[in-house]
Design a binder for this molecule. Structure first.
Ligand code: SF4
Length: 332
C-alpha cells in the first residue's frame, strides 16, 4: 500500500529534509555562537552516515524529494562525499544541496563534485575582509573566495550566496554582493537576521529588512522585478534586475514570514527530528536507530513529528520563545 503523503494538520506537504551532519564549526559568527567556550556534542552522539542515510531513505519512502546537508559546518565532517554518494543512490531523491561557509571548499570541492553534489549555498555576509573578520572572528576570507572560485571552475551549480543581514553592520555589503553575483551568475540570498543565536543578542531593531535592502539595490543598481513563485514553498522571494543581469532572493522570516507554505523538516546531527527551525520540542530518532527499530517505527515517528507541527514561528508576537537549541546545532 502506497505511503500517505507527509501532510501536517494545516495541509502542508513535507518533501524537504534538512540534515545537520555536525554541530561543529570552524568560524564563529557573532550572531550564531560565542567566540569561546562552545561545547560541541561528543562523537558518539552524532549519527553515523549509515544512520543518516537510513532516516533519509525512510523519509523518501514517505514523499521527501529534496535533501539539504548543513551543520555547523558540514565540510568539517570527515569523508562527507561518502554520505553524498549514499544519499544520491536513494531512489526518489530529486535534489541534494549543501550549505557551507566554504572555508574548506577549495580542498574538498572536487571530491564532492565526483560524489554527485551540484547545488551549493555559500554562507558569506560581506566582500570586505575586515568586516568578515569582525563577523566571523576568523581571518578566512581569502579561503572562502578561493572556495567559490574553485566551485565555479568545477561546474557546480546553481551556486547561491546566503548573506545574513544584520542592521548597522552589513548595509555597505548589500550592493557589492549583488554586483559580485551579477558578474558570476551567482544568486545572492539576503537572510533577515533571525533569533537563533546562542547568546540571545537578537533584537528586531538589529534586522536589516527586505524592503530596506530592495531600496538599496534599486537605487544603486537598478529596478528589481519580483519573479513569480516558481515554488511557493521555497523560503526565498526572488527578484531579477530589470536589466536582465542577475537575481537576488530574500529569506525574510521577520518581515515576510513564509510559514504557511513550509515543506521542511529537520534532522539534527544527534538524531532529533524538528518540525520547525524555531521548534521548542523535538523527537528522538537516534534511540530508534540504535534500538533496532523497524522502518515502520521510524516512519511513524516522522509522521507523528509532522502531525504535531505548529502553524509557524511567532517571532513577531509577544508569545515568541527562542528555541533552546542554537542555530549551529540545528543547521539552516
Ligand atoms: S519558521 Fe518553521 S514553520 Fe516557518 S518556514 Fe521556517 S521551518 Fe517552516
Amino acid at each position: 500500500m502506497a505511503e500517505a503523503p507527509l501532510l501536517d494538520t494545516f495541509g502542508r506537504l513535507h518533501d524537504n529534509l534538512r540534515i545537520s551532519v555536525t554541530d561543529r564549526c570552524n568560524i564563529r559568527c557573532f550572531y550564531c555562537m560565542p567566540e569561546d567556550g562552545v561545547k560541541f556534542m561528543p562523537r558518539q552522539e552524532i549519527l553515523s552516515f549509515e544512520e543518516i542515510a537510513r532516516v533519509a531513505r525512510v523519509a523518501v519512502s514517505m514523499g521527501v524529494r529534496k535533501l539539504r546537508l548543513t551543520g555547523g559546518e558540514p565540510l568539517l565532517r570527515k569523508d562527507l562525499p561518502v554520505l553524498i554518494e549514499k544519499l544520491t543512490a536513494i531512489p526518489g531523491v530529486e535534489d541534494i544541496a549543501l550549505t557551507t561557509n566554504a572555508v574548506l571548499l577549495s580542498d574538498q570541492a572536487a571530491d564532492l563534485y565526483k560524489a554527485g553534489l551540484r547545488r551549493l549555498n555559500v554562507h558569506l555576509d560581506t566582500l570586505d575582509r575586515d568586516r568578515f573578520f569582525q563577523i566571523t572572528r576568523r581571518d578566512d576570507f581569502n579561503k572562502v573566495m578561493a572556495g567559490i572560485d574553485t566551485a565555479l571552475s568545477l561546474g557546480f551549480g546553481p551556486i547561491k550566496i546566503n548573506a545574513v543581514a544584520v542592521k548597522n553592520l552589513v548595509e555597505p555589503d548589500i550592493v557589492p554582493l549583488a554586483r559580485f553575483g551579477r558578474e558570476r551568475g551567482i544568486e545572492i540570498r539576503y537572510i533577515e537576521f533571525m533569533p537563533l543565536d546562542a547568546q540571545g543578542i537578537w533584537d528586531k531593531a538589529k534586522v536589516l529588512l527586505q524592503d530596506d535592502m530592495i531600496r538599496l539595490l534599486s537605487t544603486a543598481i537598478g529596478p528589481l522585478e519580483e519573479i513569480p513563485d516558481r515554488d511557493p514553498r521555497a523560503p526565498a522571494s526572488e527578484y531579477r534586475f530589470a536589466d536582465g543581469v542577475g537575481r537576488v532572493g530574500f529569506i525574510s522570516s521577520v518581515s515576510h514570514p513564509f510559514c504557511l507554505n513550509c515543506n521542511r523538516i529537520r534532522l539534527t546531527s544527534d538524531g532529533k527530528l524538528r518540525y520547525c527551525l524555531f521548534a521548542i520540542e523535538e523527537t528522538d530518532v537516534k534511540g530508534l536507530l540504535r534500538g533496532n527499530a523497524s522502518d515502520d517505527e521510524i516512519r511513524a515517528t516522522i509522521r507523528e513529528t509532522v502531525t504535531r507541527k505548529w502553524i509557524g514561528h511567532e517571532i513577531n508576537s509577544q508569545k515568541f520563545v527562542a528555541p533552546p537549541r542554537p542555530m549551529y546545532s540545528i543547521g539552516g
